[in-house]
Design a protein around this ligand. Structure first.
Ligand SMILES: C[S@@+](CC[C@H](N)C(=O)[O-])C[C@H]1O[C@@H](n2cnc3c(N)ncnc32)[C@H](O)[C@@H]1O
Length: 436
């Protein structure tokens, strides 16, 4: 399979991303005859499920033979727009199995899956594990219209708890929306198939994120939506759209990402330092800690989604002293400059027998040089690729650059033609400068 890159024409919506310069990149995945995801189509046909049956059951019906599309995300640190660049950097390496150990939205794992790799997705958070299950592990299930109706509808036979309405009034969503959430979150576990259930969770999380100012749960700031003021930012129309409507849109987007590459892909929920070793390549994209020691606290930013996923135990996990009713905090070595260097060292040693690929930002802590040294403890050769001119969402920092450090396997295989060196790559221009 090859990935063809071309500039998108006027009026077209690019699937592959937009460069800071405004140039749109469209990536077309071109599969050779008999490629893996057609195997999925053949398998469905063999089971007697023809395209018409699929059309009835799915919402809206993605074509069985259309290329899977990764859904838009509003997640901090998502590599959705960088997944094509990352793939270009590693595609020549000798690997077949991949562990995406800080999986997040699954954007990079999904890209590897598209290229027929056997992907293991991992993330420490329960809600992300559902996302990995929906988009990476799931190879055929899709949500139907009937599923969506059932999620949003109060079943008279069920005695629903109203924990969200009682606990989060005036914090993130309106009272009516909280009531809707209490119902949806107790209906989703009733979906029997776990992959369809995971897709429903995914659609619910995306709906919650889309309706939040800043797309986060870090503050009690419902007033930003409801205050009668003129606004210079934000998207009030999106915030105010109903949950049912959002759910439908995000379910359709998730359905379109589902495909079978013929490999047993799976999703795990483990601390990165406990994730299983033995993959040919481990992709490492940990929380970013800025040079000023401000780390991205995923558990803190997305605690509400974690609570939705653990609804029955949520009341016992809330920090009632916090104004925004976060979950009781959990210490992580990955969010502090004092501890993340050692965490990197432990991670690199744990996965020393795999090719190690690390996504990083040039202004992070530890520095790129420190990280390079750490990788060199377990890898004889390290390559550093830098992407120029990438603008991070919501960031005013124009100096930060996206970096990829690549360390070849320790014993058996080395990176072809690699030496310790740095490369600068400008997507779009196709230029590659090598700095020795
Ligand atoms: C930078 S994000 C990864 C983004 C991902 N590559 C994507 O494209 O969406 C870092 C992820 O690490 C996860 N995480 C944080 N601490 C972790 C840990 N100790 N073990 C595993 N995952 C962890 C967070 O939940 C978050 O999703």
């Amino acid at each position: 399979m090859v990935v063809r890159r071309e500039a998108a024409g006027a009026g077209e919506r690019p699937a592959g991303g937009v460069l800071a310069s405004g140039t749109a990149i469209r990536e077309t995945v071109v599969r050779p005859a008999g490629a893996a995801h057609r195997r999925g189509g053949r398998r469905l046909a063999a089971e007697g499920r023809d395209a018409d049956a699929m059309t009835e059951r799915c919402l809206p019906a993605p074509s069985l033979f259309a290329d899977p599309v990764f859904p838009p995300t509003r997640y901090q640190g998502s590599k959705r727009k960088l997944a094509g660049w990352i793939w270009e950097q590693v595609r020549g390496l000798p690997f077949d199995t991949v562990l995406d150990v800080f999986g997040g939205t699954g954007a990079v794992g999904h890209r590897f899956k598209l290229h027929d790799k056997q992907v293991t997705y991992n993330d420490a958070l329960a809600f992300n594990h559902q996302i990995g299950t929906a988009l990476i592990e799931n190879d055929r299930q899709r949500l139907s219209e009937a599923d969506l109706v059932r999620i949003g509808r109060r079943d008279p036979a069920v005695d629903y708890d109203d924990f969200i309405e009682r606990t989060f009034s005036g914090i993130y969503f309106t009272d009516a929306e909280n009531r809707w959430l209490d119902v949806a979150v107790q209906n989703i576990p009733r979906i029997r198939d776990r992959h369809r259930r995971a897709l429903a969770w995914h659609a619910l999380y995306q709906s919650c994120i889309a309706k939040r100012p800043y797309n986060l749960f870090h503050r009690r700031n419902l007033y930003m939506r409801t205050a009668d003021v003129s606004r210079s930012f934000g998207n009030k129309a999106t915030w105010d759209r109903g949950f049912d409507d959002h759910l439908r849109e995000h379910a359709a987007a998730a359905n379109a990402a589902v495909f079978d590459n013929g490999r047993p892909c799976r999703a795990l929920r483990a601390d990165a330092l406990d994730a299983p070793a033995g993959h040919d390549l481990v992709y490492v994209d940990p929380p970013y800690v800025s040079g000023r020691n401000v780390g991205v606290d995923y558990h803190g930013f997305y605690h509400f989604l974690e609570g939705l996923t653990d609804y029955t135990r949520w009341p016992g996990r809330v920090d009632y002293d916090s104004k925004h009713r976060r979950l009781k905090p959990i210490a992580s070595p990955w969010t502090r400059a004092e501890t993340n260097l050692d965490a990197f060292r432990r991670l690199f040693h744990r996965f020393a027998d795999s090719i190690l690929v690390v996504s990083y930002r040039s202004d992070g802590h530890p520095s790129v040089d420190q990280l390079h040294e750490l990788l060199a403890e377990v890898k004889p050769r390290v390559r550093v690729a830098t992407l120029d001119r990438y603008q991070y969402a919501l960031s005013t920092n124009r100096k930060s650059r996206e970096v990829l450090l690549i360390g070849g396997a320790r014993r058996k295989v080395g990176i072809e033609d690699s030496e310790s060196r740095s490369e600068k790559w400008e997507v779009g221009s196709g230029k590659l400068r090598i700095e020795d």
